[in-house]
Design a protein around this ligand. Structure first.
Ligand SMILES: O=c1ccn([C@@H]2O[C@H](COP(=O)(O)OP(=O)(O)O)[C@@H](O)[C@H]2O)c(=O)[nH]1
Ligand SMILES: O=C(O)[C@@H](COP(=O)(O)O)O[C@H]1O[C@H](CO)[C@@H](O)[C@H](O)[C@H]1O
Length: 313
């Protein structure tokens, strides 16, 4: 009996574009790019995917950039490159708006039409358009697969350039609390794909815990065999400062703690006070940040706005 990794690990080249176009049939595919201040990179990502996978071969039906409170030209650059751009805060304003990547991805459900949704980060520096067909391969060929994670080599000075929160936080949490997921090479990868019917049924952390939470909840709702992973080759991205990743880690620990009964369910606007210490001019300065750890309910359970259609599962 093959183990999960043997049965559910693929390479992006396992499918030809022609075979995926045939398998796609009437299935609609949305590419969603959550972006906060990514004007430097979002245009190339949108433009190259549009050219390869909409204009040349229609594997993707729409490219939607969710502008997540950007203060730079992200929206203009993405729109010029051919994306449909929505400001996260302007989607279903009746539901309010909070900062965060997960919030942007949750709100994308209200402005996209894909039966399959592919998520890609907007800060990618080394990547390629084959990421998208690679992620779609298992979803278009295996009905029982509902969520596909990308994994990759991270080029860098010590051969593992980045992945700090993955190696120092996510992998230990998986080992201790969700060991069934230990075979996932990149559990936090921002490049992943999911059936709308699944993602719209999940509670979504509004910050950076969206990826880990989706894996844990899919494991529990659908079983490990509903998850697959695809080797996408090499990927590099813009790196945040270490202390900023402390906020990301806090959100991930909070979501994992909630899903293992170690911390209480968050109320709306729930936050963790994170005190950090920064050396400055010989002294050490303490800063405290309120890290939002709230979650959005399953989008399919959100009543439609008057006159609007509901999020279809
Ligand atoms: O509030 C946020 C924070 C991040 N992002 C986007 O989510 C992706 C991953 O975020 P980031 O690059 O900050 O995380 P990292 O890749 O460093 O883990 C990028 O496209 C960001 O622009 C977002 O849309 N809203
Ligand atoms: O992989 C990781 O450890 C973190 C931080 O990456 P780096 O240490 O800056 O390469 O980045 C990932 O995790 C985030 C939270 O899930 C995702 O939003 C990012 O897309 C993913 O790159």
């Amino acid at each position: 009996m093959p183990n999960w990794a043997e049965a559910n690990t693929y390479e992006a080249g396992d499918w030809t574009l022609a075979s995926l176009l045939e398998a796609k049939g009437e299935t609609r595919v949305s590419l969603v790019v959550p972006a906060r201040n990514e004007a430097a990179t979002v245009g190339l990502i949108v433009g190259r995917v549009r050219e390869a996978l909409i204009d040349t071969a229609r594997l993707v039906d729409e490219i939607v950039v969710i502008d997540s409170d950007s203060t730079d030209a992200t929206a203009e650059v993405a729109s010029t490159a051919g994306a449909r751009v929505h400001a996260s805060a302007s989607i279903r304003p009746d539901l309010g708006s909070v900062p965060g990547k997960g919030e942007a991805m949750w709100k994308s459900l209200f402005v996209t039409t894909g039966d399959l949704i592919v998520f890609m980060d907007a800060d990618l520096e080394e990547w390629d358009t084959h990421f998208v067909p690679g992620l779609l391969g298992p979803l278009l060929t295996r009905p029982e697969v509902e969520l596909v994670k990308g994994f990759y080599r991270r080029p860098g000075s010590h051969g593992l350039d980045g992945g700090r929160v993955t190696e120092l936080v996510a992998r230990p949490l998986v080992a201790m609390l969700f060991p069934e997921l230990a075979g996932l090479v990149q559990p936090l990868a921002g490049e992943w794909a999911v059936r709308r019917s699944l993602f719209s049924s999940l509670s979504v952390p509004t910050g950076y815990a969206v990826e880990l939470a989706a894996l844990v909840d899919t494991l529990r709702l659908r079983g490990l065999d509903a998850i697959a992973q695809v080797d996408l080759g090499r990927r590099s991205h813009r790196h945040q400062e270490l202390l900023d990743l402390g906020l990301m880690a806090t959100q991930i620990v909070a979501a994992a703690g909630r899903r293992s009964g170690l911390v209480a369910e968050p109320g709306p606007g729930a936050a963790v006070s994170l005190q950090q210490f920064v050396p400055s001019e010989g002294a050490i300065t303490s800063t405290t940040k309120q890290v939002l750890v709230g979650e959005r309910p399953p989008a399919r359970d959100v009543p439609a706005e008057v006159g609007e259609t509901e999020v279809h599962a």
